[in-house]
Design a protein around this ligand. Structure first.
Ligand code: ADP
Ligand code: K
Length: 444
């Protein structure tokens, strides 16, 4: 364990610590963040009403839309020049949400990632091959500093160029890899393709997250990379990866939430009422120690359950694998995508109708998105295809082709993801009974 004292702290002491931290937190955000002052006032709650962690349910929720409304710095409790770092949530370049850290916040981030890596099997004697993307995304840099804190040697590879990744894995003999589960599968696939035996590598542990995965995927990765694979979970708004982590010797029993820093609740997705341990609902976090941008009851939209596992030496609460999302956010190759980001691209184009659909499939281990959108009758008339056009024509007609190219570029700029675009004649995308269009077909 990286921090045995805290990771095994008896529950009554944990509650005492959480209560002290919550009281201070509420006083602070009430004084410093106009959004929270207003939200508490509207609920008729005063900071002095919060006397222990048991009073948490009295506080208002914070939602992703609130963060967007306050873009970029509305949630800060201190001046911008007191910040040490600013990140953005992944894949939200269309409508970004910003997260900010003081040096103390970054120390907490590193602490929880160090705990996570250690729980995942890593030690200070090992090398970490870090294939999470470096940049605005919290994954790469977050894992990097946490691993350094644990005392590991970090190789900041970042994502992509799988052949080079394999070369480095062979040359440096790293014991631990972290990336998305789908990228782990990509590496495994490439190894097999190149006929490289596992004995050329030295991997022992894989710490995987940023997207949902299953036990079947785990088994596949464990076999093909020769590792113990564990789950790391997190989100930028709460801190980044390292909010929770599965222990390598307790697989399939859930991931420990480092609840001295991130207090979890599971609530009913419709009513917001807190649910008992073991019941599935929306996961909500209160950041008890964050300084720059603390969150009260942040609504993650992730569906899971939380429960205590008293047979284990770590005392912190566990969460089940994420079952899905309460909203329609998609995770494509680890990047978060809302269909409304694609809609933004189409909205200002008179050649298109608002009728579009996203079709998500898996090709091997890679997520693929095809976007279908109907062109407008006016546009069809303009190019003298007033009675619609065939798929064949969409692939050859010069005006349709150039529109397609232009839109593909805009989609990439706006979402950070490459997608296949299919232009359809007006009325060609099938509607359901009520005339409603199913915006997302997730066939993965
Ligand atoms: P990150 O930068 O860590 O990906 P984002 O804020 O961009 O953070 O995305 C966070 C979201 O990614 C979570 O709310 C969740 O939906 C998903 N996610 C992250 N880790 C996991 C995981 N281990 N299992 C399932 N979903 C995950
Ligand atoms: K993600």
């Amino acid at each position: 364990m990286f921090n045995k004292e805290i990771e095994t702290l008896p529950i009554p002491q944990l509650r005492k610590l959480q209560s002290e931290r919550l009281i201070k937190l509420v006083e602070r955000v009430y004084a410093k963040v106009p959004f929270y002052k207003k939200a508490l006032d509207e609920k008729g709650v005063k900071p002095s009403d919060i006397k222990s962690i048991e009073d948490l349910h009295k506080l208002p929720f914070t939602k992703k839309t609130d963060l967007r409304d306050q873009y970029p710095f509305g949630f800060l409790t201190l001046p911008e020049n007191d910040l040490a770092r600013i990140h953005c949530s992944s894949g939200t370049t269309g409508k970004p949400t910003v997260v900010a850290y003081t040096q103390k916040d970054l120390d907490i981030f590193s602490e929880v990632v160090a705990r996570s890596l250690a729980a995942g099997g890593a030690t200070s004697k090992m090398k970490l091959h870090n294939s999470y993307g470096y940049g605005l995304f919290t994954g790469g840099i977050g894992l990097h500093y946490g691993a350094e804190k644990l005392g590991m040697s970090v190789i900041p590879v970042s994502g992509g160029r799988t052949d080079r990744q394999i070369q480095l894995l062979k040359d440096f003999q790293s014991e631990v890899i972290c990336c998305t589960p789908s990228y782990a599968q990509t590496i495994a696939f490439e190894l097999e393709k190149q006929g490289i035996p596992l004995s050329d590598l030295n991997l022992k542990y894989a710490v995987l997250g940023a997207e949902p995965w299953t036990d079947a995927i785990r088994k596949d990765i464990e076999k093909s990379l020769g590792v113990k694979a564990t789950n790391i979970y997190g989100l930028s708004e709460v801190i980044g990866p390292g909010v929770s982590q599965e222990a390598f010797d307790e697989q399939n029993t859930g991931s420990y939430i480092w609840e001295d820093h991130f207090f979890p609740e599971v609530v009913d997705k419709d009513t917001g009422e807190p649910l008992p341990y073991g019941e599935e609902g929306v996961l909500v976090f209160t950041t008890l120690t964050k300084e720059a941008m603390p969150m009260l009851r942040y609504w993650t939209n992730d569906i899971c359950s939380i429960y205590y596992d008293e047979s284990k030496s770590r005392t912190h609460i566990k969460m089940s694998q994420i079952k899905g999302r309460a909203d329609d956010m998609l995770i494509i190759r680890g990047v978060n995508l809302f269909h409304t980001q694609v809609e933004e691209v189409f909205k200002d184009c008179p050649k298109l109708t608002p009728n579009y659909q996203l079709i998500v499939t898996k090709e091997g281990v890679t997520d693929r998105v095809e976007v279908k959108v109907e062109t407008s009758l006016d546009f069809q008339k303009e190019i003298a295809l007033s009675n619609g056009f065939t798929d064949e024509e969409a692939l050859t007609h010069e005006s349709l082709l150039s529109l397609n190219r232009e839109l593909c570029k805009k989609i990439r700029d706006c979402t950070g993801l490459g997608m296949k675009l299919s232009l359809k004649a007006y009325g060609e995308i099938p509607k359901s009974e009520g005339g409603k269009l199913q915006r997302i077909l997730d066939l993965r």
